[in-house]
Design a protein around this ligand. Structure first.
Ligand code: SF4
Ligand code: SF4
Length: 154
């Protein structure tokens, strides 16, 4: 029986480590900075289906697609979801492009991921991020009127 291909140290960490095995720095760097998970979502009370809207959390910088105060985000938005390996497995609304979801599913990162390209802008250039597509939340902004299917656009 042929030996399976050994995992070498030369392979990048996201190919040879599970989510649990990653260091804090590796874990944080795995986020591609798309900002999609910082968009408001709506849940269908009958089916439980989750729909994304293009309305962003008030703490999301729409230009950089970064949280305005990431270290203290829970103080600003108590229901902000902190991803963990367990939550990555449980949450069914993470976008298909999300690096945590990809790694958890045993898939590789795409060319536009900053860890692959070496450039934090490629996630925007490839049209994966919410830059130019998300809008600010506000009293007059109705989530129901801003449902969007990101996966069909990327
Ligand atoms: S969807 Fe995933 S990769 Fe994109 S910002 Fe959220 S955690 Fe990071
Ligand atoms: S508080 Fe920051 S990390 Fe949390 S959803 Fe809002 S923008 Fe995203």
């Amino acid at each position: 029986m042929p030996a399976s291909k050994p995992r070498t140290e030369e392979e990048p960490f996201w190919r040879r480590k599970t989510l649990e095995e990653m260091t804090r720095g590796e874990w944080e760097s795995l986020c591609d900075g798309c900002g999609k998970c910082c968009l408001h979502k709506l849940e269908d009370i009958d089916t439980g289906a989750i729909a994304f809207t293009r309305v962003a959390c008030r703490m999301l910088d729409l230009a950089s697609c970064q949280c305005k105060d990431y270290p203290n985000r829970k103080k600003h938005v108590p229901d902000c979801v902190r991803l963990t390996p367990t939550r990555v497995r449980k949450i069914d609304w993470l976008p298909k492009s999300c690096a945590y979801r990809l790694v958890n599913e045993g898939k590789d990162l795409y060319w536009w991921h900053p860890l692959v390209s070496g450039d934090p802008d490629t996630v925007h250039q490839a049209g994966i991020s919410v830059r130019g597509r998300a809008i600010r939340e506000g009293r007059r902004v109705k989530l129901e009127r801003n449902i969007i299917r990101w996966e069909e656009q990327t």
